[in-house]
Each structure stands twice: as C-alpha cells, then as structure tokens.
Design a protein around this ligand. Structure first.
Ligand SMILES: [Fe+2]
Length: 114
C-alpha cells in the first residue's frame, strides 16, 4: 500500500514529524511542515518559519520515493526565508519527499505525488 502524506512519519515517531503526525511538536506544525508546490517540472519547498541567529531552518531536501536525492539546499540564519526550488527530471512521475530541518524543532517531512 502506498503511504499518504498523513502516514509519512509513522515509521519514525519522535524522529520525523509531519503535518498529520506532529507528535510533541503539535503546536509547531504551521511553521515547520514544508509546503510543496508544483509548476510543471519546477518544485518549490517553502517553510514559513522565522530566520534568526538562534532559531532558523537549516536545510531542505527533495528526495524521490526510491531514495534518490533530487536536490538539497542549506540555509543560514542570514537568509531571509527558507524557500528552495528544484527541477524534476523529464517525465518524472511518482512520490516525492520534501524535508525541512529546524535547528530547534527537528526534521519535518511532507510527501506529495506528481
Ligand atoms: Fe522552529
């Protein structure tokens, strides 16, 4: 059975957090679960989170359902926002995992299918 975004974190409770399974961070969903948008081959990952020296988004990755890393971006506290863009290979179809890591609130994953 294919996992939906609601189930994406269920294999790793306390390690991977998702919008539907935020665990101990249930008050933190809005600023941490990455939002993924698709325009043709272009994928944008956005985390609506402040970027300050003490609290910021460290990194995004985009990984296909077979574990192939399509792209990654490391952020710094001086970056204005945690937004990254990627280009899918021609003809790509399947599942994608977008990850977003907060320096205080751990690893969040959103799964989409394209
Ligand atoms: Fe955070």
């Amino acid at each position: 059975m294919t996992k939906t975004s609601a189930e994406a974190g269920s294999d790793f409770p306390g390690i991977i957090y998702t919008e539907k399974k935020p665990g101990k961070w249930k008050e933190k969903v809005g600023g941490h679960a990455p939002k993924v948008s698709v325009e043709g081959k272009k994928i944008t990952i956005a985390t609506k989170h402040p970027m300050t020296e003490k609290h910021y988004i460290v990194r995004h990755t985009l990984v296909d359902e077979h574990g192939k890393v399509i792209g990654e971006k490391t952020f710094y506290p001086t970056d204005k926002e945690a937004v990254s863009t990627y280009e899918l290979p021609d003809g790509f179809k399947g599942g994608l995992y977008a990850t977003s890591f907060c320096n205080l609130h751990d690893l969040w994953v959103t799964k989409i299918d394209v």
